[in-house]
Design a binder for this molecule. Sequence first.
Ligand code: C2E
Ligand code: CA
Ligand code: CA
Length: 403
Amino acid sequence: MADAGTRRPLDVLVIDDHPFIRVAVERMLRKLGIRRVVTAENGLDARQKLDASERPDIIFCDLSMPQEDGLSFLRWLSEHRADIPIVLVSGEENEVLQAAQRLGKSHRLDVAAVLPKPVSLERLRGVLDDVGLLQSTETSARSQLPQLSADEIAHMMVEQCFEVWYQPQIATSSRQVTGFEALLRLRHPDLGLVPPVAFIGVAEQNGLIKSLTRFVTSESIRMCGSWRQAGLDLGVAINISAYLLEELDALDHLNALCAEHDVPNHNVTLELTESALTTDGTKLLEIMTRLRMNKFKLSIDDFGTGYSSLEQLKGLPFHELKLDKGFVLDAVNDTRSRAILENSLRLALDLKLKTVAEGVETQSHLDLISELGCDVAQGFLIAKPMPAADVADWTLEYLAGLE
Ligand code: C2E
Ligand code: CA
Ligand code: CA
């Protein structure tokens, strides 16, 4: 699972032999908006984790550890990954910290700071701010993305710059791949690969979402057919906006696509967010019932981000509840998120719904959701979204790794 394309993403690596300190620092980093934190208990462990991950933005390293101490790790780092900034953390007296800092510098390492223990949130914030990391957390980076104008989106559609990428979902019990979620990407001539956050909202307000969804639907059902031809019986999940539900011929379109590409309707899941559920209730119920009679699967997306859906859930013919990544990401460290996760899973069980957790970034996330009885996992731990051309190879390689 750890070739260059599927290395786990990583913002910060924390190395400390004390489990309590690892948990405490990780929790503080998350509070500061750093999402992808990996911890290691000694230098050796850290080297393995670095090998399996993308380059972290920074490393926090304790100095005194059994097996391989911080000083040997500094030497290794200088020989292999000197480009990664490091913060030295220690409970030793100041002289030792200063000496270690000089040692790091003489190794030509980028020693960003030295932090005496105990590490406080404020000190951590100061260090992250100094190295510019507070600005580059995912949410702020994303909110800095320009919103494209409706004209530009329309133009990009004519130029065929949109692509569908796919992210795998696996069964938590058997670890088998169950299917892929189709996710839009825009290959912009100037901006490079642009994520949906930069254009979906605008497209929804301008009616452009209709053609975009048609594009994703046609592409992904065609791909699903090609996977079947390659002997892979996989599902495909498509994000559907409110607008499409109101289209009278949406069902005909879906039926025709499945027939054309020899895909059973039950291999297609339609993911609806709460915004899609705000349409007129009776009409929605009619459309959903008809989709379900035609054997399409219906999933409630981003579950947990709003509460109105709880009521609606009871009356609507869903198959699946998809837990939002925010809760999954935070549940490992935050008892409130964990409670929401547990309750949602219990609710799903009562309503006999299949459950999918997104945002499974680490083994602890996977362990937690499996323990709580969630059926399917999706997230960076398994794989990031990938271009269509990579899906079959990735799947075969993944399945081979299971044997
Ligand atoms: P979503 O439906 O909640 O899709 C999951 C998002 O979480 C994807 O972001 C995916 O890349 C990201 N993700 C998956 N695993 C992880 C993880 O382990 N950690 C983290 N931090 N993130 C993870 P993406 O592709 O940027 O899509 C964002 C949203 O854009 C989607 O959220 C969906 O609401 C919307 N979207 C994407 N494609 C379409 C589309 O074809 N139609 C419509 N209407 N909306 C779409
Ligand atoms: Ca989705
Ligand atoms: Ca989500």
